[in-house]
Design a protein around this ligand. Sequence first.
Ligand code: SF4
Ligand code: MG
Length: 321
Amino acid sequence: SEHLLEIKNLKKTFPLRNGGWFGKKERMCAVDNLSLTIEKGETYGLVGESGCGKSTTGRMIVGLTKADSGSILYEGKDISKMSEREFRPLRKELQMVFQNSLSALNPRLRIGEILEEILQIHGEQDKAKRRKRVLEVLEKVGLSEEHYFRFPHELSGGQVQRLGIAGALIIHPKLIVCDEPVSALDVSIQAQILNMLMNLKKELRLSLLFISHDIGVIRFISDRIGVMYLGTLVEETDTETLFANPLHPYTKTLFAAIPDPYIQGGEFQALTGEQPVRTEDFQGCAFYSRCPYAKEICKKQAPEFREVEPGHKAACHCIEK
Ligand code: SF4
Ligand code: MG
C-alpha cells in the first residue's frame, strides 16, 4: 500500500560559511542520502544533535526549503519537484509547528484575528464560519473563547505553543512537522503538550513528524524513531525495539547520555565536542570521526543503511546480522 510520505535519497547543501580553501566555494551537506517513510496515523520521531539536519528535513517536507536532489513523495506525488503553483493546494495538508511560535505571530493582532487570517488566506470567505472554526480549534488545543481577544504576548510559553498548534490544525492538515515544539518549555508543561498532541493525532487521524534533540521526548511520543547523524539516518525502528536493542554506535552514545539506569549504552560514553562538517566530497561512515569502533573500511566506504532484522534498519559495517 501507499505510504503517506516517502522520502528517497534526499540531499540539501548550503554554502560553507567561511568559504573554504583557495577561494573554492565549498558547500556543506545539511542532508545527504536520506530516505524514510511515514505512514498514515503514525508519529515518526526524528532525533539527533542540533545541526544534524533534522530541521532542514522538516522544512523540505513542508515546502519551506527546496531539496537539491532526491524525492519527497506525498500520497505518491513528488512534491520536491513541484512549482509554487502546483504545490499550493497541498500546502494546507502539510503544516509545521516551530519551537518558538511567538516569533511568527503578528504582535498587534488578537489571537482570534491571527487564526481567522489563516483561514482567510486559505480561502474561507465567510466570517461567521471562520469565527466558528477558530473557537472550535481553540478548544481543541486547550485554550478557550476567553483567549480569542487576547494578544500573543499575554499568553504563557505553553499557551503560545498551543496557539502554534492551533494555527497548524485549523486548516485540517494530514501531516504536521513538529520541530522542537516543547523544547523551550518546563518539563511539566512539556508533558501536557505532548499528551495533547498524542490525543489530537488519534482523534484527527493525523500523522506527525516529531523532531527533537531530546531522546526522552522522542521516546514518549513516537511510534517509530529515526536516529539522524550528520545529515543522514544511522538507525530506524519502532520505539520499543530501539530502546531494547539499539544497534548503531551513535544511538548507544545517545542513550549513554540519559541519566536512567534502565537505558544503557553499554560500554559507550556520551559524546563530547562538535559534529564535524559534511562536505560534498565526504566519504565513508558519517560517524567515523567519533566512533569508538571505527575500522579502516569505515573511513573509505559508507555503510549501507540496511534492514538488519525485520523493521530495524542501521548503517554500520560492524553490525553482524
Ligand atoms: Fe563506527 Fe564504522 Fe559503524 Fe561507522 S561503520 S558506526 S565508524 S563501526
Ligand atoms: Mg533544529
